[in-house]
Design a protein around this ligand. Structure first.
Ligand SMILES: [Zn+2]
Length: 459
């Protein structure tokens, strides 16, 4: 098996991946379902999909667990000054929080499918794992890491060895309350809620040893990952914005419950940016997959666009760049429609491809290899198709569905008729035939050797 090197945020190094067992356990933080996920979020999900596809391509068995955050959390992360996001959405759309969660979960799954993101082995809604969270919190409490205040149960971060190790937080230099107000009952400014008491108007609430309420923001990932992947698993992924708070606190919870950092490798996808601002709901500069579809873009063009930058570098989104990606992808499809059935694969290209993947998922390099193959005249059509279809196991750009298109008889007949009309100088009628063919997806090009026709319709 080829050696895979991945960048581990925990050590700030590219490391050789060594799995714990025969099945690789991966946990990825899922969406919050009170609104549509935007294409900045999907950049991270596509990066994670490439990681999972690469592992499977290299021969690993993978168990992938993703949570769905369908519990209402506050619009701020200080646990007392914000509003419940799920409730805000419920009011906005005149639906119950449960209906909101169901609606946006379905929308998320639809977008995942349209971007050709492999389905997680387990997709775990937080609301179906409340009991697991309660058990996890009880363990933290038993170990003496929790304390009760009027808001609910909190984790005492001063008891955690190296709190902030993932983000390399220097607590002595952080100013408490600089970003958010600190509740006066908290022992340390970075302490966070494990369980929050709910006011009566809070619709989503459950019974617990700490009163009726709802779980803190971070506990669902700890409880769900431990339940399905064990106390320590292989890889934990998310967006870079998760490093300083969410993943830092997941680590603290696992240390408090089990004395262990829950994953060996922590991988993070960089932001999609517009100009110098990240794409985000709070920035008010978001696009959804649906928005792009309405503008005539295909979701797979977006997937191709993501691959134009390495996952650890910021990617600047513009509609022009996306259009460029769509044109490039369509050109690849056109090549594929002219290629015969696959034959053998030349080793040298296969090796190049694997090398690029194994070098911390270098997708821009993989795209460059795709174009090298297309332009390499020393390869036969069958070899080209074989390579492209092989690469597509990781790329997931729909190459396999782009089969060679034989020109049907009705198209040939129309072409012959058009030639006849042109000889008779009946150009208007000839043009009408050309237009009719174009509408059916057939593009006619007049060359010195006569007309050529090719299928250009995006499928
Ligand atoms: Zn998480």
């Amino acid at each position: 098996m080829a050696k895979l090197y991945i960048y581990n945020t925990l050590t700030r190094k590219k490391e050789e991946f060594k799995p714990l067992g025969s099945e690789v356990g991966i946990y990825t933080c899922g969406p919050t379902v009170y609104d549509y996920a935007h294409i900045g979020n999907f950049r991270t999900y596509v990066f994670e999909d490439v990681l999972i596809r690469t592992l499977r391509y290299l021969g690993y068995k993978v168990k992938h667990v993703m949570n769905i955050t369908d519990v209402g959390h506050l619009t701020t992360d200080d646990e007392f000054s914000g509003e419940d996001k799920m409730l805000v959405a419920a009011r906005r759309e005149r639906k119950s929080p449960w209906e909101i969660a169901k609606f946006y979960t379905e929308a998320f799954k639809r977008d995942m499918r349209s971007l050709n993101i492999s389905e997680p082995t387990i997709l775990a809604p937080a609301t179906e794992h409340i009991q697991d969270m309660i058990e996890f919190i009880k363990r933290i409490e038993r170990n003496g890491y929790a304390y009760m205040i009027s808001l609910g149960l909190f984790l005492d971060t001063s008891k955690i060895p190296n709190y902030g190790i993932l983000a390399r937080l220097d607590l002595s230099k952080l100013k408490p309350g600089a970003r958010l107000p600190v509740h006066p009952e908290k022992r340390n400014p970075w302490d966070f809620a494990l369980w929050l008491k709910a006011p009566p108007e809070h619709i989503m609430q459950w019974d617990s040893p700490w009163g009726r309420g709802y779980p803190g923001w971070h506990i669902e990932c700890s409880a769900i990952s431990t339940k399905y992947l064990g106390e320590v698993f292989d890889i934990h992924c998310g967006g870079v914005d998760h490093i300083p708070v969410h993943h830092t606190n997941e680590i603290a919870q696992s240390q408090a419950a089990y004395g262990k950092i829950p994953a060996n490798y922590w991988m993070h996808g960089e932001f999609l940016v517009i100009g110098d601002r990240r794409m985000g709901k709070s920035e008010g500069n978001i696009y959804t997959v649906e928005d792009l579809k309405k503008m005539g873009f295909t979701p797979l063009a977006l997937r191709y666009f993501y691959f134009t930058a390495h996952y650890r570098t910021k990617l600047n989104f513009t509609l022009e760049a996306l259009r460029g990606a769509q044109n490039a992808l369509e050109k690849i499809y056109q090549h594929l429609r002219e290629l015969p059935e696959p034959t053998g694969m030349p080793e040298r290209y296969l090796n190049k491809f694997k090398q690029a993947l194994c070098d911390d998922l270098n997708m821009p390099r993989v795209l460059a290899i795709v174009w090298e193959v297309i332009k390499d005249d020393s390869l036969s059509g069958g070899e080209k198709r074989a390579l492209l279809e092989e690469f597509d196991k990781v790329l997931g750009l729909g190459f396999v569905s782009q089969k060679k298109v034989e020109v049907p008889d009705w198209v040939r007949e129309l072409l012959t008729k058009r030639e006849q009309l042109r000889r008779e100088r009946r150009y208007a009628e000839a043009d009408a035939i050309r237009e009719r063919l174009r509408k059916e997806g057939w593009e006619v090009q007049d060359t010195p050797d006569g007309p050529r026709v090719r299928y250009v319709k995006v499928t």
